[in-house]
Design a protein around this ligand. Structure first.
Ligand code: C2E
Ligand code: MG
Ligand code: MG
Length: 760
């Protein structure tokens, strides 16, 4: 519940405290015309009129402070902005009091100090906002900022501010202070331009209102400075409206909730475009200044921009060459200097096009004989040296334009163009002949041989990656039959190919969600209630229909897909369990796991992650393991099982009685359930011996504090006999076959409607 509420909030992107900020914003907006109207009323004294006019500014400061207090995201930036507007306001109020109350005409220095305080604080706010929107600010990004900022400054200085600055530079201190405003605006504009470059289009509404506000502010200030210089400024004109709008935009900015994720990556699609345009502009300004005697400030700024752009270019060139270097390294095998596995797969991609065009491509896989022995007996140093020598000899036999690469370990591959089966066989023989010449390593003579398998496209396959797999199959044939070299042969290697196709299909099935689960209910005999279900995997094959586990579990295990399959099964099963819990059905979920899961140290963490993802307690999951599985790598399996058990997950021994059960390890295992195999259950009613086995197993289970589940109860008599003997839980066709979830829900519903005295 709590979780859902937070996600709702996140979805709408509205911080609850934002509401307060917005209400204050609305009041502030209403206060603005009211303040202006009030100030204009006849009889309102000058000072009051002046101060009342500043009410909206005070309200804006309040809105900004509220935003900083209420919303943690970007708090420091909002404090700075509040400080900036607050300082400006204080200066303005002070000035009004100074003029109207004290009747002094001269502008006091502290009013300017306060109002100029707006700039550094606004700079800081901008910098903090930009920073908050970037994951990582790289040096190139800083340089981009610098180039853009300096160019923007140079343009403004050249176009409008040059004269103002020159007048101020030659004048008295008052003129200097007066010039500080346009300089502040200039810097702010530069910073804004730089910020826009870095943040791009993904700034969010609050960012864009802030930018609009500051642009209006700077624009208003600039026009003001020009009008003052020309002696045409009149108070209460359009400029007041512009400033009002500027502050209004800042208020709007504060009223927009921060969007959930604005932090963009520092990598942009056209990283050099803006700096390039800026540099060009700066150069134009410089050239123009050189011939026409332009403004020195603009010239200095443009100069700075060009220098920063040069540094940026140098950095980019270095980064690009480093990238090319690391790309090459990523495609090269460190030991032999040959292209590596990754490189092979890229070359195979390229070969596909040639195969499509009908060209012949041969793929040869070469694997050294007894390399492991050499490595183990003579040490890795000698092994490495041998691989290097082998690479050199192989290289001497491969035509220019063909690819020779190291696949890994002692396996090499050759991709050769325009080579048919005879050509491939001849090349394989040549390679082997060259390798059989003894190697001289560390004063020792080493004799080496290799097995080579080849596959030819498009004859064997029109897919280059498949050709590699077929060449591998041929290589195994060559190795096992001591043929030395072999070209792929459908009759001899076809079964391997079929298996490869099946593995590929299963992998696709796992990715495409073709794996579905059926659920078989487990009945609690003492209470007559369904306490849990077992999830059983089915493959909804697009061509072969619904397949049962015997058609794919072994395949998944041998192809190394078991971890993926089990994770998928647990995920789907827990999602279903969650849906049932939400419907008010509390059912434990049993899932079968295989040997490879239990030797995987990461498995308990995966299980914990999935339980947490579905919001279920560990006790809602039972993992079923078979006894044979526990024999494989017992120590590791017991470790993994203990961690699962400690976390609260149930552990059941499946098909109990069919494996090599040893009472000693049963006592030591962290188990909660025994599932008696169906061969014993089935024989129960017909044989006294089977009944004794069930009875004694039951006693054993209860003595060890374990739940006994009888599997495979196919008729009412068996269920009754099990209940009679005191069995805890029963599962079997008599109750229900494994069913898809919707059908199981119907079954559960019908059972609840018509409770039966005898189970089933
Ligand atoms: P299991 O875990 O012992 O599952 C019980 C099997 O017995 C199921 O076969 C079920 O349909 C069948 N069964 C249940 N009640 C009766 C009955 O009254 N009579 C008879 N004759 N059979 C009954 P299913 O679904 O074909 O599964 C076979 C095996 O495949 C499972 O044996 C389990 O070891 C394995 N398996 C199933 N799903 C998975 C999975 O997701 N992962 C792993 N690793 N193995 C699985
Ligand atoms: Mg099972
Ligand atoms: Mg079983």
């Amino acid at each position: 519940m709590g979780q859902r509420r937070t996600s709702d909030v996140r979805q709408q992107g509205v911080h609850p405290a934002m509401r307060r900020v917005r209400v204050t914003g609305a009041v502030a907006t209403a206060a603005w015309p009211a303040g202006v109207a009030l100030a204009g009323l006849p009889g309102v004294p000058g000072v009051l009129g002046g101060v009342v006019e500043l009410v909206p500014l005070a309200a804006l400061t309040l809105v900004l402070v509220l935003r900083a207090v209420a919303v943690p995201a970007g708090r420091r930036a909002w404090w700075c902005l509040a400080g900036a507007v607050g300082a400006y306001l204080l200066g303005a109020v002070g000035l009004d009091v100074h003029r109207h109350v004290m009747g002094l005409v001269e502008r006091p220095w502290w009013a300017d100090a306060l109002q100029l305080g707006f700039y550094p604080l606004a700079f800081l706010a901008l910098v903090l906002m930009v920073r908050g929107r970037m994951h990582r600010l790289t040096v190139s990004l800083w340089l981009d900022c610098l180039v853009t900022g300096l160019t923007a400054g140079a343009v403004v200085a050249a176009l409008v501010l040059g004269d103002l600055l020159r007048t101020a530079a030659g004048g008295d201190s008052a003129a200097l202070v007066g010039a500080a405003y346009p300089v502040g605006d200039l810097l702010l504009l530069g910073l804004l331009a730089a910020g826009l470059v870095v943040v791009g289009r993904r700034g969010g509404a609050d960012w864009w209102w802030l930018v609009t506000g500051l642009v209006l502010f700077v624009g208003g200030d600039t026009v003001y400075a020009l009008q003052v210089a020309a002696g045409t400024f009149e108070s209460g004109g359009v400029l007041d409206l512009v400033w009002g709008m500027a502050f209004f935009c800042l208020g709007l900015s504060a009223c927009h909730a921060p969007a959930s994720d604005l932090t963009g990556s520092a990598e942009r699609r056209d990283p050099l475009l803006v700096p390039a345009v800026c540099t060009l502009t700066a150069v134009v300004l410089l050239v123009h200044g050189y011939f026409r005697g332009g403004d020195p400030v603009a010239g200095a700024l443009a100069c700075g921009a060009v220098l920063a752009a040069l540094a940026r270019t140098a950095l980019t060139v270095r980064a690009v060459s480093a990238l090319a270097d690391s790309r090459r390294q990523a495609r090269t095998d460190e030991l032999t200097g040959l292209p590596n596995r990754r490189s092979v797969f890229e070359a195979l991609d390229g070969a596909d096009d040639r195969l499509l065009a009908g060209e012949e491509v041969a793929v040869l896989v070469l694997d050294l004989d007894r390399f492991k022995e050499i490595n183990d007996s003579l040490g890795h140093g000698t092994g490495d040296a041998l691989l290097r020598e082998v690479a050199t000899r192989l290289r001497s036999q491969v035509r220019e334009g063909d690819v020779l690469a190291r696949l890994g370990g002692d396996e090499f591959v050759v991709l050769a163009r325009d080579l048919d089966a005879d050509g491939a066989r001849a090349l394989a023989d040549r390679l082997r002949t060259h390798l059989r010449r003894p190697f001289l390593l560390g004063g020792m003579e080493l004799a080496v041989d290799a097995a080579v398998g080849a596959a030819i496209g498009p004859e064997h396959s029109a897919n280059a990656v498949e050709l590699l797999q077929l060449a591998d199959l041929a290589m195994y044939s060559a190795k096992s039959a001591r043929l030395g070299a072999a070209v792929y042969d459908e009759d001899r290697d076809g079964h391997g190919r079929h298996r490869l196709e099946e593995v590929a299909a299963l992998r696709r099935a796992l990715e495409n969600g073709e794996l579905v689960l059926h659920y078989q209910p487990k009945l609690d005999l003492p209470t007559g209630t369904v306490a849990g279900v077992e999830a059983l995997a089915r493959w909804q094959h697009p061509e072969r229909g619904l397949l049962y586990p015997d058609a794919f579990i072994d395949l998944a295990e041998s192809a190394g897909l078991m971890a993926q399959l089990t994770t998928r099964v647990i995920d789907v099963a827990l999602a279903q369990c969650r849906r049932w819990v939400d419907q008010g059905r509390a059912l434990t979920m049993a899932v079968n796991v295989s040997p490879s899961n239990l030797v995987d140290q990461g498995f308990p963490d995966d299980v914990a992650r999935l339980l947490a993802a579905h919001g279920l307690p560990a006790s809602s999951l039972v993992l079923e393991v078979t006894e044979s599985l526990l024999m494989a790598d017992r120590e590791r399996a017991v470790g993994v099982l203990t961690r699962l058990r400690d976390a609260g997950v149930g552990v059941a021994i499946d098909d109990y009685g069919t494996g090599h059960s040893s009472l000693a390890y049963l006592a030591a295992l962290p188990v909660t359930e025994l599932k008696l195999d169906r061969t014993f259950t089935a024989a129960l009613t017909g044989s006294a011996r089977a009944a004794s086995i069930v009875t004694s197993t039951l006693q054993l289970a209860h003595a060890l504090d374990l739940v006994l589940v009888a599997e495979g109860a196919e008729d009412a008599a068996t269920v009754a006999a099990l209940a009679e003997l005191g069995c805890d839980v029963v599962q079997g066709y008599h109750l229900s076959r494994p069913l898809p979830p919707e059908q199981l829900e119907v079954w559960l519903h019908e059972r609840a409607q018509a409770p039966v005295t005898s189970p089933g």
